[in-house]
Design a protein around this ligand. Structure first.
Ligand code: SF4
Ligand code: SF4
Ligand code: FES
Length: 242
């Protein structure tokens, strides 16, 4: 006989503000290998078709199913109910605009992050479609690949003290994004140009360094070393102009 699991889920629809936010309880039978994603679909199919939450890939690739699960930002499709004790509490990620219940708009946030950090290769080099591709050092290619593994789930932002108190903070995801371009030899931005983007309290200097981001990243990105790397670069520019 499978165990019965109790879920306590945040409910609020900004389109019906007259209904105040509340926690709704559901009880489900836990089946082997059940993830929060599976549980939420079961609730929506069998108990409550009005429940709002996001998912696309079901495989920890798209980043859209992030939510606060028993107090920690996590991916619903990667979290087994059997790994959680007692009542399972689900809340939407803070910081991001609430669409409804557990669904938040991370897309707009990450788009403005890309625009603010100018997350594209800056080069004066003219594109020549006939030219042979430039070779890249394997070590650098791997560093870029590592930073690119970010799935924009928002877990690092939701768990970050600074991001929760200042809405212009770029967070670990933003600092990781900048680090990705700093190591890329094709990007011709100067230290000053990077300093203008990230050398303030909105960026590297707003970070309190408590590393919740590093703990919460479901992709285990090396956020701690990315933060240290960008800070060192920005301090060097701030102190010595290089
Ligand atoms: S270390 Fe910095 S970026 Fe990471 S959670 Fe703490 S304040 Fe936010
Ligand atoms: S750095 Fe990690 S936690 Fe932050 S958005 Fe990317 S994948 Fe998610
Ligand atoms: S559904 Fe894509 S990361 Fe969970």
């Amino acid at each position: 006989m499978n165990k019965q699991r109790k879920f306590s889920i945040f409910r609020y629809n900004p389109n019906t503000p007259e209904i105040k936010p509340f926690m709704q309880e559901y009880v489900l039978e836990e089946v082997p290998g059940m993830t929060i994603f599976v549980a939420l679909n079961k609730i929506r199919e069998d108990l409550d078709p009005s429940l709002m939450f996001d998912f696309v890939c079901r495989a920890a690739i798209c980043g859209s199913c992030a939510m606060v699960i028993n107090g920690k930002p996590r991916l619903a499709c990667k979290t087994l109910t059997s790994d959680l004790k007692g009542t399972i509490t689900l809340m939407p990620l803070p910081v991001f605009r609430l669409i409804g219940d557990l669904s938040v708009d991370t897309g707009t946030w990450f788009r403005q992050l890309s625009l603010k950090t100018e997350a594209w290769i800056h080069s004066e080099k003219k594109f020549d479609p006939e030219a042979v591709e430039d070779r890249m050092d394997n070590r650098i290619a791997l560093e870029i690949y590592e930073a690119e593994r970010c799935i924009e789930c928002g877990c690092c932002i939701a768990g970050c003290v600074t991001a929760n108190i200042r809405e212009d903070f770029l967070g670990a995801a933003g600092i990781n994004r900048v680090a990705r371009f700093m190591v890329d030899p094709r990007d011709e931005r100067t230290p000053k140009q990077y300093f203008d983007v990230i050398g303030s309290d909105e960026g590297a200097f707003g970070c309190m360094g408590l590393m919740a981001c590093d703990d919460n990243c479901p992709m285990q990105l090396p956020l701690q070393s990315q933060l240290a790397f960008v800070r060192r670069k920005m301090l060097a520019y701030g102190l010595w102009g290089k």
